[in-house]
Design a protein. Sequence first.
Length: 153
Amino acid sequence: MRMTDQLARRRRLRIAGRARAINAARASATQRVPLVRSAAAEAVEQANSAPVIGEERRCCRRVALNSEVVVRRIGGFNFQVALREVSRRGCRVELIEPCEVGDSVITRFPQLEPLGSRVCWTQGTTTGIEFTTNIHPAVFDHLLARLTVPSAR
């Protein structure tokens, strides 16, 4: 079934109209103020005001944490390791055994898809891990809320 020129033109106009509406909604969404502050929002705000390490020369802020994350070398076993810092582009962890720069690893945060990563620096068992894809800012804020709020037991 071939589209006529008039039908194709109407379809393009409809798509362009939807795109304009979405862009207008995004612009107005940035001006909204949340009505209720949840515990997660409080945790994100605390994480945003958390101490930033040293002179920040990076494009993404790092947040100091004392949490845990699962790290697995390609072809190896999962290890629950100490998470010391995290940013949208990577993290600093305390591994159980030393590894080499360039090693491929899988980093798994709670309730997130596993992140392909590589070791970008190492100092003994302290290791810097760089994610192959950056974490979206909204997902990062949600992750900080989960890692900084103690779980109810």
